[in-house]
Design a protein. Structure first.
Length: 192
C-alpha cells in the first residue's frame, strides 16, 4: 500500500497483522533450519568381570583385601585367595580348579614374586570325598613367608597331579593389598 503524497517520496507501509504473520513465518522457517539437538550420549556398558568357572558369579579382576570374618586376600578372576587367621601361625590358600580338570592335586607350590614355597594339603579341611578335588593348602605364616608376601605384588599357585598342571594367579596389585595383608597377618600372629 502506498501512503502519502510527498513529491519524490513514496512510503510503503505494511498492515501490522500482515507484518506479524510474516515475522511468525520467518521465525518458524529459521527454527526449522536450526541443527537438531545432540542425541543423548549413553555411557558404555560396564565391563563384565571374568569368572573362574561356569557357576561362579562375576567378580572384580583385582586383588581385594577383606578383614572379616578372616583376613583374606582374594583375586576373583581366578578364584585364588589367601587367608590368615589370628594366632594360628598359618596361611590357608584356596583356589577354584578349572572345571575341565579336577584334582586331586597332590603337589602344590605358591610363588610370591621371586620366592617359592611348597604348600601342603589341609587334611582337617577334607570333610567329604569331593573336598579332594579342590583342596585347601597350608603355608606357615613365618617371617620368611610373610616377608615374601609383603614384598610381592602378585601370587601364583601351581598345582600338579597325574593329568598335568594347573596354574592360578592374579593381576599385578598396584593398591598395596599384599603389603597390608602381610603386615596385618604378621601382627595378628605375633611376628611384629
Amino acid at each position: 500500500m502506498l501512503y502519502g503524497s510527498q513529491p519524490g517520496r513514496c512510503t510503503y507501509r505494511v498492515d501490522p497483522m500482515k507484518r506479524n504473520l510474516m515475522l511468525l513465518v520467518a521465525l518458524a522457517g529459521f527454527s526449522a533450519c536450526q541443527p537438531a539437538a545432540a542425541p543423548a550420549v549413553e555411557a558404555p556398558p560396564a565391563p563384565v568381570a571374568e569368572a573362574a568357572g561356569p557357576d561362579d558369579g562375576a567378580q572384580a579382576l583385582v586383588w581385594a583385601l577383606s578383614p572379616s570374618p578372616v583376613l583374606t586376600l582374594a583375586f576373583g578372576g581366578d578364584g585364588l585367595s589367601i587367608a590368615c587367621e589370628e594366632a594360628k601361625g598359618v596361611m590357608r590358600i584356596f583356589f577354584a580348579p578349572a572345571w575341565e580338570k579336577e584334582g586331586p592335586f597332590d603337589k602344590a607350590v605358591v610363588h610370591f614374586g621371586d620366592k617359592s614355597f611348597p604348600v601342603t594339603i589341609d587334611a582337617a579341611a577334607m570333610k567329604d570325598d569331593n573336598d579332594k578335588y579342590s583342596p585347601v593348602y597350608l603355608l606357615p605364616a613365618d617371617a620368611d613367608t610373610v616377608t615374601a608376601v609383603m614384598l610381592a605384588n602378585n601370587a601364583r599357585l601351581v598345582v600338579t597331579n597325574e593329568d598335568g598342571e594347573q596354574e592360578r594367579s592374579g593381576t599385578l596389585d598396584e593398591a598395596g593389598a599384599f603389603d597390608m595383608f602381610a603386615t596385618t597377618c604378621a601382627q595378628i600372629n605375633g611376628l611384629r
